[in-house]
Design a protein around this ligand. Structure first.
Ligand SMILES: O=C(O)CCCC[C@@H]1SC[C@@H]2NC(=O)N[C@@H]21
Length: 251
């Protein structure tokens, strides 16, 4: 069991801690839809049995070892087209906290946390309820591999594997809540530039030639992310193409 004294203003004041559930995102979304989930509520579980990942994938995690949780936010100050800013808020917070434990971490667009040589440690799945001209609610689901040591896929890793020892997951949870809240409040105050500068500074493969694939494989370098969160890749010939998620893959 954990004791959290996160010292936050609103985030994590209400924590729903479940020994087991299918998906914390699903539970958080159901809470919002039934008007039981106020902004700041967090759903966390020790054993997520059917975690949702990006691109319709399943997020696998070993019971008890890792962090799987979802935050309920109500960013009505954001227009639907500005929703990528929430990815920046969450990925920056995770990068800031996990970098206290492991060196060489990067943010892989749009919101994976990876080690530059050793694979993926964490992912974020954001699901929004969009209103007329604003984001009514946002469920920010976070899965982080902390103490898991063996993986079925070779591209996955964990903080413990990279740092050489088990970490205190509730301490990391507390630090994350604090960082996410402070980044979110910074976004609310309109300081997007500071947040985005951090994100770009730690972006995986930024300004390096690499291979990518859209309809065909090509060589290019990541040079920008625009206000809509599209990834700008400059091809060898100099033209910059902007991609939505799913339109381009890293090779
Ligand atoms: O594919 C990814 O990289 C995103 C993974 C997001 C997984 C987290 S775990 C907690 C939350 N609940 C879910 O069902 N998914 C997210």
């Amino acid at each position: 069991m954990y004791k959290i004294l996160a010292n936050t203003i609103f985030l994590g004041k209400d924590i729903i801690n479940l020994p087991e559930c299918h998906s914390t995102n699903e539970i958080a979304m159901a809470k919002v839809k039934s008007k039981e989930g106020a902004e700041g509520t967090i759903v966390v579980t020790e054993n997520q049995t059917k975690g949702k990942g990006q691109r319709g994938n399943v997020w696998y995690t070993q019971a008890g070892k890792n962090l799987t949780f979802s935050l309920i936010l109500s960013p009505k100050f954001l227009k639907p087209l500005d929703q990528f800013n929430l990815n920046i808020v969450a990925s920056k917070a995770i990068h800031e906290v996990l970098s206290q434990y492991v060196h060489g971490l990067k943010i892989k667009w749009p919101n994976d946390i990876v080690h530059e040589e050793d694979g993926k440690l964490g992912g974020i799945l954001i699901e929004n309820i969009i209103g007329q001209n604003s984001i009514e609610y946002s469920i920010v689901g976070i899965g982080l591999n902390l103490n898991q040591l063996t993986f079925e896929i070779s591209s996955a890793t964990s903080v413990a594997k990279l740092s050489g020892g088990e970490v205190e997951k509730w301490e990391i949870f507390k630090l994350l809540i604090q960082k996410i809240e402070s980044n979110y409040l910074e976004l609310k105050r309109g300081n997007v530039k500071n947040l985005k500068d951090y994100y770009m500074h730690h972006l995986y493969q930024f300004d390096q030639m690499n291979r990518y694939k859209d309809s065909i494989e090509f060589e290019g370098k990541i040079v920008a992310i625009n206000d809509y969160g599209q990834l700008g890749i400059q091809k060898k010939e100099g033209i910059i193409n902007y991609y939505n998620f799913k339109e381009v893959s890293f090779l």
